[in-house]
Design a protein around this ligand. Structure first.
Ligand SMILES: N[C@@H](CCC(=O)N[C@@H](CS)C(=O)NCC(=O)O)C(=O)O
Length: 204
């Protein structure tokens, strides 16, 4: 794909996941630093771009604004098919890819944030929660990774990046059961060994 992407960026944020993906696909991009401590993301000029005041915020080469990490990953995977990070549309493989790509922001992430931040609070009703329970989510991911290296099968896709980035983050912030899980930590080790991940960790 032609043109330069612009990523509003803070290394301590989900913008690092979008940056990882930009590195995976070999996109031309620039970073616009956003300092949370100075409140850059709550200033009117940034809120005019993303009224949520959140990162990642990605400007596509044509000026379109994108937010939502998983959506950004999906779009970049489609824009750079040569990177091979998405299955072909309207195939069973694509269905599986979507399933796990969406599982990251709709189940894994809220379940983990709830488990880490409301540790001593009574559990929320399982039926009302999209993620059911934290244990269901972790059991499901462990089951999925028990006999395959990546959630969609034998090769790495944007769905692995979405899930793996969140699991990596959970492993550092002490989310229950993550560090103890061989299947999960094996997966995290595989994906954080990628060159694009290492490049995205570089400062700047
Ligand atoms: N739903 C968004 C969540 C984005 C998000 O919460 N970003 C955090 C950083 S990891 C943020 O920008 N926080 C700053 C704030 O809310 O003031 C996504 O998946 O991309």
């Amino acid at each position: 794909m032609q043109g330069r992407f612009k990523l509003y960026y803070n290394p301590q944020s989900r913008a690092s996941v979008a940056r990882w993906m930009l590195e995976e696909v070999g996109a031309d991009y620039e970073l616009v630093p956003v300092d949370f401590e100075k409140g850059d993301n709550r200033k009117p000029d940034f809120l005019a771009i993303n009224p949520m005041g959140k990162l990642p915020t990605l400007i596509l080469p044509d000026g379109t604004v994108m937010t939502e990490t998983a959506a950004i990953l999906a779009h970049l995977a489609d824009c750079f098919p040569q990177a091979g990070l998405a299955s072909a549309p309207a195939t069973p493989e694509r269905a599986t890819y979507y399933r796990w790509l969406f599982f990251a922001p709709s189940c894994l992430e809220p379940a983990g944030v709830d488990a880490m931040m409301r540790k001593d609070a009574p559990p929320l009703p399982r039926m009302a929660l999209g993620w059911g329970s934290y244990d269901d989510v972790i059991d499901t991911i462990e089951g999925r990774l028990a006999d395959r290296p990546y959630v969609t099968g034998d090769s790495f896709t944007a769905a692995d990046l979405a899930l793996g980035a969140t699991l990596w983050w959970f492993s550092m912030f002490g989310a229950p059961r993550v560090k103890e899980s061989e299947a999960i930590m094996g997966f995290v080790g595989r994906i954080t060994d990628r060159d694009a991940f290492k490049r995205a960790q570089a400062t700047g």
